[in-house]
Design a protein around this ligand. Structure first.
Ligand code: SAH
Length: 459
């Protein structure tokens, strides 16, 4: 098979601001090379190998040569390579150079455009890059000196009519304001500086050319940032989006990514995922089809495996009328309903109960009689990256066990835990989490509960 490289624009930062094609390429990829501006959560649905070639200013982790060579090497091995770059690959990202290099080395290359931060990043603080009252053009400028070391044409830039957006400009901020004022721009010209636009760590200030350096220092803003100069900045106050969970970075199990993800991101939160260890099926016997029994299930995996086992054994659902399927969980209930079975919520009194359970290896399990293990999950080697996470949602006791296995005592003190239901909250407290907020397990009211229950007071 022929390898190829897709240069993919990841968009301005928020993980949902990538194109549909970009997302598909990530899923199809064998390996992804990504930059430091990329939120790794954007790659959560891809099983590809992920290589961080992130370049910090001044200490290059991978040089551009090394990246180019790595791309050629991987594609030559027949791999589908996704080269994930911030914003649009052809806007100051060296995308052009990488594409040329690949072409020259006979590697098939395509470009998947992205939404550039230089335009969309402004919208995240309510600035339209053009506006009929203020600007009918815009200029996107790199503040890095040119390859030959020569200065930008400041006179030309200062006297252009439209909005100016400087990228990679934080080290040159004083230089930018001095040159614009020196070439005739009013010191009162509005300036906005937006760091980490569209992400949880977004910070911004609105100032003017005369004061921007002081204001940026006072606010502690740094790279990566967009420096926006022009009257369009005046609209920011009016159009700045206000969302209740803006700035929060919340970890959820990856399996909860659909409804819970949508609810939380619509409220402005950024999500990061915890990937549960894979469930490994354990062989188990089916109970006697002629005996009247309560079969109790506490998780959807056990229910799915049980029904599969029945099917594989050639048993038709209509033959199971002696059994009472019992469950309390909505997900587990759904598994049965999908097979045309209506489970009950309480066991029938006076009849033997068999409990079908998942075994989380290495952790305390409640000792219930008549337990049949359907599958095992291994908690060893779990790594939970809680960098910049401020809260975790625990939907089940199993997830509490799994995450806790990979987390140190300090994080258990500082992080806010939202536990869905009392059993889950109790388990989290028992495992040493200190800021546990119990919520009613209801997706519709999740966000309002998170806010009203004061879960974020520890922030
Ligand atoms: N190809 C990218 C730009 C790469 S150059 C694009 O189209 O957006 C890197 C510079 O982009 C950074 O120094 C910063 O100025 C800007 N940048 C990229 N993402 C940003 C973000 N989320 N917030 C603020 N600035 C960002």
């Amino acid at each position: 098979m022929n390898g190829m490289v897709s240069l993919i624009g990841a968009g301005p930062g928020n993980v949902e601001l990538i194109t549909v094609l970009g997302q598909r390429r990530l899923r199809e990829a064998d390996v992804i090379l990504y930059d430091r501006l990329i939120d790794p959560a954007i790659m959560a649905s891809s099983d590809a190998e992920k290589i961080n070639v992130g370049k910090l200013p001044h200490h290059h982790q991978y040089s551009q040569y090394e990246i180019n060579d790595l791309l050629v090497k991987l594609a030559s091995e027949g791999k589908r390579v996704a080269r994930l770059k911030a914003g649009d690959p052809y806007v100051f990202g060296r995308g052009g150079e990488e594409a040329q290099y690949l072409k020259k080395h006979g590697i098939e290359v395509e470009v998947v455009p992205g939404i550039t931060s230089a335009i969309a990043g402004l919208a995240s603080v309510g600035i339209p890059i053009t506006h009929r009252d203020f600007a009918s053009s815009f200029h996107i400028i790199t503040a890095h000196k040119k390859k030959d070391g020569s200065e930008l044409d400041w006179q030309n830039i200062a006297n252009s009519e439209g909005t100016l957006v400087f990228l990679m400009g934080m080290e040159q901020l004083a230089n930018i304001s001095t040159n614009l004022i020196g070439n005739g721009r009013s010191p009162q010209t509005p300036v906005a500086v937006i760091q980490w636009a569209t992400q949880w760590r977004q910070k911004s200030i609105v100032s003017d050319l005369a004061n921007v350096v002081t204001d940026v220092n006072n606010a502690g803003l740094g790279s990566p940032a967009l420096i926006t100069v022009g009257d369009v900045v005046k609209v920011a106050d009016e159009l700045m989006p206000q969302l209740p969970l803006q700035g929060k970075r919340i970890m959820i199990p990856y399996s909860k990514r659909k409804r819970m993800f949508n609810k939380l991101t619509d409220a402005g939160a950024s999500l990061t995922f915890f990937k549960r260890p894979e469930a490994k099926q354990v062989s188990f016997e089916l109970p006697d089809i002629n005996e009247e029994l309560n079969l109790d299930f506490d998780n959807p995996t056990s229910a799915t495996l049980f029904l599969q086992h029945l099917f594989n054994a050639g048993v038709d659902i209509r033959q199971t009328s002696n059994w009472h399927f019992v469950t309390n969980g909505p997900k587990t209930r759904q598994v049965f309903e999908d097979s045309g079975i209506l489970p009950v919520t309480e066991p029938v009194l006076g009849i033997k109960i068999l409990n079908y359970r998942e075994y989380v290896i290495g952790h305390h399990q409640s000792e219930v009689q008549n337990t049949i293990v359907t599958d095992e999950r291994h908690n060893s080697n779990i790594q939970v990256d809680l960098d910049e996470v401020d809260s975790i949602i625990f939907p089940s006791t199993n997830v509490v066990e799994e995450i806790s296995a990979g987390v140190d005592a300090a994080s258990r003190k500082s992080l806010v835990i939202f536990a869905l239901g009392q059993k889950v909250a109790d388990r989290a407290t028992a495992l040493g989490w200190e800021n546990v907020v119990e919520l009613i397990p209801n997706i519709e009211t999740l966000v309002s509960q998170m806010i009203s229950n004061g879960g974020y007071v520890h922030d």
